[in-house]
Design a binder for this molecule. Structure first.
Ligand code: PLP
Length: 394
């Protein structure tokens, strides 16, 4: 049981999500009694000694609005500690740079967000001489085969962006335990509502809060949650001193506000995604749909086991030429073509067309088909969403 126990019941989760007033680090409890933790913009805090000493000294090192959000995120994820970063990439790079020394060894999933892949190949391997092994983490045996006593970190994303592949968190956590190394999981696609990697044995959980946690496409941010005291100290040092890449007070406020409706939004995202996935699966210009909630997903059983729901992300292979695909995207009214995901509005992205830098994958990583379409299903009426797709599909 962790400090913020019992998040497993969904009611409890919703209570935690809404309960900003219960946050112990809420700076105005007993003072002005705000229900919502206020935005503290001050970069510095008056110094005092002894009993008068202020909890906060300088906002890079610690800020009351950030502290309140970090406590809220730790509770949601069932962890002891959380840190809020300036972006998801800031969180991921901080974890990797802190936990893997120059010349170290990192085993990563071969299906992973393109930005993370670039970080691994360009910075970790390129600048810090880290030996990065990409493996197909759908089979834990591949992880076992790549890890040795010199390995520093195992890194996986589940479900993955954009191929919607899963890995067995518990099985990989057991491998990491056998070698006494850390296992980090990017759980952005699932959100803390549908997946709890720490409970399954992961050491570090990362989110791009830009996505579901904030949920309204108006803030870039990231978070790390961990129960490991030593890891937390390392990451906190990097955030507050070494890299200084913490989340601003205003963005902390936005994310904290978004979190309150996370349970309500995630249920709705999932319902809509299921409707869209089933519609796409029945369409003759769609070759294949990748949604963990569909029985046809090869890892549907694993998804049902380790997730409490299937979230709002899916991808599909369009059956047609790239030109026809572009015409389909242009013919959509409700789905906005664009990067990012997890907001209330539906977004659609063709990685090969819109984010080619992120799909110029080398041979070490999983191929992303040219006509793959990624959909972030929003909160619009599901019939309207399916109708929009029906009208635009050739
Ligand atoms: N992790 C995943 C799974 C993502 O999809 C993204 C961005 O799309 C990131 C991390 C990076 O997050 P950010 O854009 O907030 O830096």
């Amino acid at each position: 049981m962790t400090q913020y126990d019992d998040r497993s019941s969904k009611n409890r989760f919703a209570t935690i999500a809404v309960g900003a007033a219960e946050i112990e680090t809420h700076p105005h409890r007993g003072g002005t009694n705000d229900v919502v933790p206020p935005i503290h913009l001050s970069s510095t805090f008056e110094w005092a000694s002894g009993d008068e000493a202020n909890e906060h000294v300088y906002s890079r090192a610690g800020n009351p609005t950030r502290a309140a959000l970090e406590e809220q995120l730790a509770r949601l994820e069932g962890g002891d500690h959380a840190l809020a970063f300036a972006s998801g990439m800031a969180a991921i790079s901080t974890a990797m740079l802190s936990l893997v020394p120059p010349g170290g060894h990192l085993v990563a999933s071969d299906s992973i967000y393109g930005g993370t892949e670039n970080l691994l190949t360009e910075m970790l391997a390129g600048h810090f001489d880290v030996d990065v092994d990409f493996v197909d983490t759908r089979d834990p045996e591949n992880v076992s085969a790549a890890v040795d006593s010199e390995t520093d970190l195992i890194w996986a994303e589940t479900p993955t962006n954009p191929l919607m592949r899963l890995c067995d968190i518990r099985a990989i956590a057991d491998i990491a335990d056998d070698y006494g190394i850390s296992f980090g999981v990017d759980s952005t696609f699932a959100s803390p509502y549908f997946q709890a990697p720490l409970e399954l044995g992961a050491d570090v959980v990362v989110h791009s809060t830009t996505k579901y946690l904030n949920g309204h496409s108006d803030s870039i941010g990231g978070a790390i949650i961990t129960n490991d005291e030593t890891v937390f100290e390392q990451l906190a040092f990097a955030q507050q001193v070494g890299l200084g890449n913490m989340l601003s007070p205003f963005d902390c406020y936005l994310v904290a506000r978004g979190v309150k409706t996370l349970p309500a939004r995630m249920k709705h995202h999932e319902e809509n995604a299921m409707a869209v996935a089933r519609f796409l699966e029945s369409h003759n210009r769609v070759a294949r749909v990748y949604y963990p909630g569909l029985e046809s997903h090869p890892q549907h059983d694993l998804a049902s086991e380790q997730m409490s729901g299937y979230s709002g992300m899916l991808s599909f292979e369009f059956d047609g030429t790239p030109l026809e695909l572009e015409a389909f995207i242009e013919g959509l009214d409700l789905f906005t073509p664009g990067a990012s995901l997890g907001g209330v509005e539906s977004l659609i992205e063709v990685p090969s067309l819109m984010t080619p830098d992120e799909v110029s994958h080398g041979e070490a990583t999983a191929e992303i088909p040219e006509t793959l379409v990624r959909v972030s299903v929003g909160l619009e009426d599901p019939d309207d969403l399916c109708e929009d797709l029906r009208t635009a599909l050739p």
